[in-house]
Design a protein around this ligand. Structure first.
Ligand code: SF4
Length: 435
């Protein structure tokens, strides 16, 4: 059977290398100045793109260029010029949102593969066919769709590649063209400058003066009510120490829907998060790689009810976020929640290995979270995550210590029987399990 592509975000060259090491088939990276992560994009210029494309192709993997701003008139010519220069570097596809640019690219560079960005909001089979007829090779479907709707779109367009988001953050407007960031901070989300206004904490103040004398006694007990629809349930406005997050959506985690998505014959499973840490990226890619490979093996054996192995659930339990939901794939779910962060239930990254000395059995580490000699630790590698005892530790001055602290570097010494595959040691992490 044809496996779906596992598509990972590449916020910069380093993240791209981790994504490939942990099993991504392809990455997407932002076109400098013209993707929807323009401010945070680590691919700053054409040289960075050229290096990324060369690295991906040397591994036999794919590199897609995200060029999905919604340009105004003033940007049209500069965007066209930038696109032509980027195309010359040989990315495997361009991810484009603007219909005018899709049409223009089909005219001037018909050989270039175009993937229609989620930003174009494709929600039905007729729209999908429209884009396919125009020469678009792949459509990245809106996140609002249910699995049954996606299956129907595929049935009507069997030769059109379909890509779905399976993991990561979603903005409150899901696949829309939001103006919230423009309104709150004057940063235009559709030009790549979103401030994530929906995910930020908000405080409720009475204006200009508190409405009642004991206003502060009511803190944390407010709710929003639609004045025009009093029959609707009020939205609770809970506050934590920082404020309330009433517009912030839970993150998608569709790991349990993978068997159904594979059975539907979809072409690409996309992970969101070009700004996430290398550890987050590695653990998420590893989880979905294992899920896809396991489902494929079960399907080939003719297993009737394909199951996601416990090992996959364990791996994803080491990833934090805003609380998970399966998106709309299994039907509408409430998106909002009360906190901006939920700790990963399984544990967290302790340190990123930056070098390995095979003679001393020592890992030079960049510490991400505090950990001590007594903590239950795993070593996470591209070939698996397994418990790993440590013998001793030194801080960046070379002094023996019992504990290492975030933001510092140090050394971790392993027992001789721990077999570290040295060629890949740059991609390792120590993970601290929850007791
Ligand atoms: S403010 Fe939120 S909803 Fe709007 S584009 Fe940014 S992330 Fe999406």
């Amino acid at each position: 059977m044809k496996l779906p592509e596992l598509l990972a975000p590449a916020g910069d060259l380093n993240r791209m290398k981790y994504a490939f090491a942990y099993g991504a088939d392809a990455v997407y990276a932002g076109q400098p100045a013209f993707s929807l992560r323009a401010r945070e994009n680590g691919f700053k210029n054409l040289d960075d793109l050229a290096e990324g494309i060369k690295y991906a192709h040397a591994l036999g993997k794919k590199f897609y260029l995200t060029s999905n701003v919604i340009p105004r008139n003033v940007k049209v010519e500069s965007f066209q010029k930038a696109l032509l220069s980027a195309i010359d570097l040989g990315p495997d596809a361009l991810i484009v949102a603007d219909p005018g640019f899709v049409g223009w690219l089909r005219q001037v560079r018909p050989e270039v593969e175009i993937h229609l960005s989620v930003q174009a909001n494709t929600t039905n089979y007729l729209t999908a066919k429209f884009w396919h007829d125009l020469g678009v090779r792949r459509v990245i479907l809106s996140r609002e769709l249910r699995l049954s709707e996606i299956t129907e779109i595929k049935a009507h367009n069997p030769n059109l590649e379909l890509e779905v988001f399976v993991h990561g953050a979603v903005c409150m407007s899901m696949s829309g063209r939001c103006m919230l960031s423009n309104w709150v901070t004057r940063r235009d989300a559709n030009q790549g400058a979103c401030d994530n206004s929906c995910r930020m904490p908000y405080r409720l103040y009475a204006n200009p003066e508190p409405q009642c004398e004991n206003y502060h006694e009511h803190e944390g007990e407010f709710s929003l009510q639609r004045t025009d629809r009093p029959e609707l349930d009020p939205i609770a406005l809970d506050e934590d120490t920082w404020g309330t997050y009433f517009m912030s959506s839970r993150d998608i985690c569709a790991i349990d829907v993978i068997p159904d998505l594979m059975a539907a014959g979809l072409d690409s499973f996309k992970i969101e998060g070009r700004t996430k840490s290398v550890y987050y990226l590695s653990q998420v890619v590893r989880s979905y790689r294992m899920a896809i490979d396991s489902c494929a093996a079960q399907m080939e054996q003719g297993v009737e009810t394909v199951k996601i192995p416990d090992e996959v659930h364990r791996a994803i339990s080491f990833v934090d976020g805003r609380g998970f939901m399966p998106g709309f794939l299994r039907g509408p779910l409430p998106q909002n929640y009360e906190s901006t962060h939920e700790d990963a239930p399984g544990g967290c990254v302790a340190a990123q290995v930056v070098a390995y000395d095979s003679e001393a059995h020592a890992c030079r580490v960049n510490v991400k979270n505090p950990f001590s000699l007594d903590d239950p630790l795993d070593l996470m590698t591209p070939s698996g995550q397994f418990p790993c005892e440590i013998l001793s530790m030194k801080n960046f001055k070379g002094t023996d210590v019992d504990c290492l602290h975030p933001g510092t570097e140090g050394w971790v010494f392993l027992p001789e029987n721990v077999n570290v595959p040295t060629e890949n040691a740059n991609f390792f992490f120590f993970v601290k399990r929850k007791a």
